[in-house]
Design a protein around this ligand. Structure first.
Ligand SMILES: Nc1ncnc2c1ncn2[C@@H]1O[C@H](COP(=O)(O)OP(=O)(O)OP(=O)(O)O)[C@@H](O)[C@H]1O
Ligand SMILES: Cc1ncsc1CCO
Ligand SMILES: [Mg+2]
Length: 273
């Protein structure tokens, strides 16, 4: 992790205020837009494909999130991915691939457009690889996260297109890239218990790609930053707190940690396999 530790101070605060175009679900769209502002990026949440040619000239990166899909959004996502292919950095978040066959199919189609990063929770990523999963809805299951299950997922991700960097989130997070495999261990359980933590993570990765940070580093820094914000929150809120306060304070930390503790990356737990 030494290489990343040296780079970390250069990453946050962001210098270029990247403009991130997000095509995303209706549930967490506002949380995602604010999370981007809190890390000094700029969001634009445009679904209208008529706007894309002009918009693509301005944006630095693109996020495609498959949650709460509709026929129209499916078309919007495919159009954006085709335009982005080899032209613009983009992240695909395969929300719902565990439970919705159409989202699963769309995830495969979008993967063929070679996103920089394709992510989902561990159950969604198991579904993506064709492995059995006990995940339901948009949440992962704990039984998909045993050591054996993680090893199986890592093996399956290594068989996927090596042009793409893969992130599977959960208690432990798995990153598979052509540069190697990492298992990261930051975060607290409450992060899984507010809706949109995974969604906003996809947008943070896109923001770092928009700063021309390489795929693997963008994933490691965005993931570690969010999870360490969660850890700070859990330590500082006291012995008893509600989940709404946890959510609120974690979002606050996104805006604070980068300036209050420039050594935040020293708290990263994880290893290359
Ligand atoms: N049990 C846990 N312990 C520690 N960190 C966790 C845990 N579960 C999730 N996280 C962290 O929370 C973040 C979101 O991961 P999660 O897998 O919950 O995403 P998700 O299911 O896609 O979320 P959502 O659908 O609500 O957007 C990641 O940074 C992940 O590392
Ligand atoms: C709850 C929910 N349903 C569809 S998308 C979404 C947000 C989680 O990603
Ligand atoms: Mg998710």
């Amino acid at each position: 992790m030494k290489h990343f530790a040296e780079m970390a101070r250069e990453v946050f605060p962001l210098r270029q205020s990247p403009l991130v175009h997000c095509i995303t679900n209706n549930v967490t769209i506002e949380t995602m837009a604010n999370a981007l502002l809190y890390i000094d990026a700029q969001p634009i949440m445009t679904n209208d494909i008529r706007e894309f040619p002009a918009l693509f000239k301005q944006t630095d990166s693109l996020l495609l999130n498959l949650g709460s899909l509709s026929k129209e959004r499916e078309n919007t996502l495919l159009t954006a991915a085709k335009m982005a292919k080899e032209e613009k950095s983009f992240v695909v978040d395969i929300v719902g691939a565990t439970s919705a066959p159409i989202a699963q199919q769309l995830a495969q189609q979008l993967a063929r457009q070679k996103p920089n990063v394709l992510k989902g929770n561990i159950s969604e990523m198991r579904a993506f690889c064709g492995l059995k999963t006990t995940g339901k809805g948009v949440d992962s299951s704990s039984s998909d996260q045993s050591e054996d299950e993680l090893e199986e997922l890592i093996g399956a991700l290594k068989q996927q297109d090596p042009a793409v960097t893969y992130l599977a989130t959960g208690k432990k997070d798995v990153i598979v890239s052509k540069k190697g495999t990492w298992v990261m261990e930051n975060g607290v359980e409450e992060l899984q218990r507010f809706i949109g933590s995974g969604d906003l993570l996809g947008a943070l990765i896109a923001a770092l790609l928009g700063e021309q940070i390489d795929n693997l580093s963008a994933v490691i820094f965005a993931l570690s930053y969010l999870n360490i914000c969660g850890e700070y929150t859990s330590e500082n809120l006291g012995p008893v707190y509600g989940l709404a306060d946890f959510r609120h304070e974690t979002l606050n930390q996104l805006s604070l940690l980068k300036t209050l503790n420039q050594n935040w990356f020293n708290q990263t737990k994880g290893r290359k396999q």
